[in-house]
Design a protein around this ligand. Structure first.
Ligand SMILES: [Fe+2]
Length: 383
């Protein structure tokens, strides 16, 4: 998480009596990571957060694998994936393993009920569309190019002002700022490609005092459990801590460049157990007189590479389009397409915008990927 902040009204000392003007006690809830040994936030409720009206339905949503498919490089045209519904219901899982689930979503509805992921942190990359993420900790307004980071346990809704298309990455372990960018006490270091001022935190909203029936969809296992709460879930008078939703625009990522080709770690933006997430942004190319700006062919034998092409012309690829995903599994080398290696010599800059997810365990192709898979892609290097 980025850094400690406070919002609304909180007591001067944690775990002590905190009352309103009428003497009514507030109810403290701790949201904490890694048991009680990680980042945490203390939240102060009007009512007990455990006060429930009913346990609702369980809806099974199993991950569906594509079946026995050949091991090969893939190009998924995600712009045409069949997806409708809200920002959760419209998700179409494309690739997954024990550490991460990667989906594309083209919502055509707002999410006006409440959602809580109980088992994964969510990173939502906003390809198109603007809107508002409303959470129990406050509002975050978003626009194209934003990464929305929503830790598990946060309760949220989402409304859109324009047509959204979202890349959704769910991580089984904590999604964090990369360790290599942080000081011993957690401040972003001078060499990091972004700093605290680039991070947008929730705008606090007054507590909602409504009682009634409020349905929260809890994502657990491979399904959704509905819970009916007896009060509005957004009833916080204040909170303080280091575990909260936040936003960061890919356009605020300051690229690190060099005289010769810089490897993917310079583009790293997030870390989570079993994966890294990188941002490729417009930048000047390498300035050694004999530099080759595209990557060399590479066998990164311990990882799988997934790249989502957001905007611009990607320096090393041809035949891809906006919202394409390329998937280069471990076991094979990959690299620039014919003509791209030689063609990059002397080029001064790139306007590419892309999100890369490198996983350290093999991914499984999901059934929804089959209908958008470009079967000719593995042969695209054969000239
Ligand atoms: Fe690569």
């Amino acid at each position: 998480m980025p850094h400690y902040i406070e919002r609304g009204s909180i007591p001067p000392k944690r775990h002590t009596q905190f009352r309103d003007a009428g003497g009514n006690l507030r109810y403290e809830e701790l949201l904490s990571r890694q048991g009680f040994s990680g980042d945490h936030t203390n939240m102060y409720h009007l009512r007990m957060p455990t006060r429930m009206a009913a346990v609702g339905r369980y809806m099974d949503r199993p991950l569906k694998r594509a079946g026995e498919v050949p091991h090969r490089h893939r190009h998924l045209r995600t712009a045409v994936v069949n997806s409708t519904g809200g920002p959760v219901g419209s998700r179409r899982v494309l690739l997954y393993n024990q550490d991460v689930v990667i989906s594309k979503a083209h919502p055509n509805e707002d999410l006006n009920s409440f959602y809580r992921n109980g088992q994964a942190d969510e990173l939502i990359y906003v390809q198109t569309g603007a809107g508002t993420l409303s959470t129990n900790l406050g509002l975050i307004r978003f626009k194209p190019g934003d990464y929305l980071v929503i830790p598990r346990g946060i309760i949220w809704q989402m409304t859109f002002d324009s047509t959204p298309r979202l890349l959704v990455i769910e991580t089984r372990g904590p999604l964090e700022l990369p360790d290599k960018y942080l000081s011993r006490h957690g401040q972003l270091l001078e060499h990091a490609p972004y700093c605290e001022r680039d991070i947008r935190t929730p705008e606090f909203q007054p507590p909602n005092d409504e009682e009634g029936e409020f349905m929260v969809m809890l994502h657990m296992g491979e399904g959704i459990q509905e819970y009916i709460y007896a009060q509005h879930p957004f009833d916080l008078v204040g909170w303080a801590g280091q575990c909260y939703p936040w936003a960061f625009s890919i356009h605020d990522f300051e690229p690190i460049t060099g005289r010769i080709h810089q490897p993917p770690p310079v583009h790293q933006t997030f870390q989570a157990p079993g994966l890294v997430i990188c941002s490729f942004v417009p930048r000047l190319f390498d300035y050694h007189p004999d530099a080759i700006p595209t990557p060399y062919y590479h066998s990164n034998v311990d990882s799988e590479e997934v790249i989502f092409y957001s905007k611009g012309e990607f320096m090393s690829r041809q035949g891809i389009e906006e919202e394409s995903i390329t998937y280069h599994p471990m076991g094979l080398p990959h690299g620039p397409q014919p003509g791209k290696y030689e063609g990059s010599i002397g080029v001064k800059a790139t306007d590419e915008l892309a999100v890369m997810i490198d996983t350290f365990a093999p991914l499984t192709l999901a059934a929804a990927a089959l209908g958008i898979d470009d079967e000719d892609y593995p042969m695209s290097w054969s000239v």
